[in-house]
Design a protein around this ligand. Sequence first.
Ligand SMILES: CC(C)(COP(=O)(O)OP(=O)(O)OC[C@H]1O[C@@H](n2cnc3c(N)ncnc32)[C@H](O)[C@@H]1OP(=O)(O)O)[C@@H](O)C(=O)NCCC(=O)NCCS
Length: 181
Amino acid sequence: MKEGQEQINQTKIMTIRGEKVVLRPMTVGEIPIFYEWATDSDSTPFWYDDGVIPFYEQFTQDWGRHYFDGSDPHRGRCFTILIGNRAIGDINYNEINRNKDSVELDIIIANDTDKNKGYGTDALKALTNYLFQNMNIRLCWIEVVSSNIRATKAYEKAGFKPSFTFISQGKECKHMELSNL
Ligand SMILES: CC(C)(COP(=O)(O)OP(=O)(O)OC[C@H]1O[C@@H](n2cnc3c(N)ncnc32)[C@H](O)[C@@H]1OP(=O)(O)O)[C@@H](O)C(=O)NCCC(=O)NCCS
């Protein structure tokens, strides 16, 4: 894709404003920092709790270009979480299930110093509101290892409710949902 084309696609999804954070569509140029947040930050153990860290090539295969260039908003989009001008992490939605108008979210705030300040809750509220109002989404869902109390609390504060539990790699996990109904 040409640079100009990316610019056009970037404008399809606007910057989303929360009360504390701003969510800016992440760009292709930010893939390396997103990789660092995911694989080499305080939060890496929460995203790769099995300890299997992907190489950059694998990571960019898993996170296709559409997450960053806006070329296919229905297949997923990453947003940079900003405090002022400072990028602190990623929040994203994945491929939309149009049979159910539902979508899974992920979130990571890289440094411990930026946690427990309400930024995660605010980012989740801002993105879910955006998806309900602009993308015809009816249900957002997110999954979390039950022992991750901070994430569970942030999701609850953003309005998510536990729907069921399941075991993944020997650990109890919660499936949590937020409906706009
Ligand atoms: C999960 C995450 C996005 C939450 O964002 P955050 O900005 O840190 O969360 P918030 O500040 O909005 O809310 C966290 C809440 O948990 C509480 N909390 C934190 N640790 C806790 C603990 N051990 N026991 C009880 N409560 C705890 C905080 O006090 C806060 O609640 P409060 O506002 O009522 O005081 C962020 O911490 C993160 O990126 N963590 C690492 C990656 C991760 O776990 N991703 C999710 C994988 S499913």
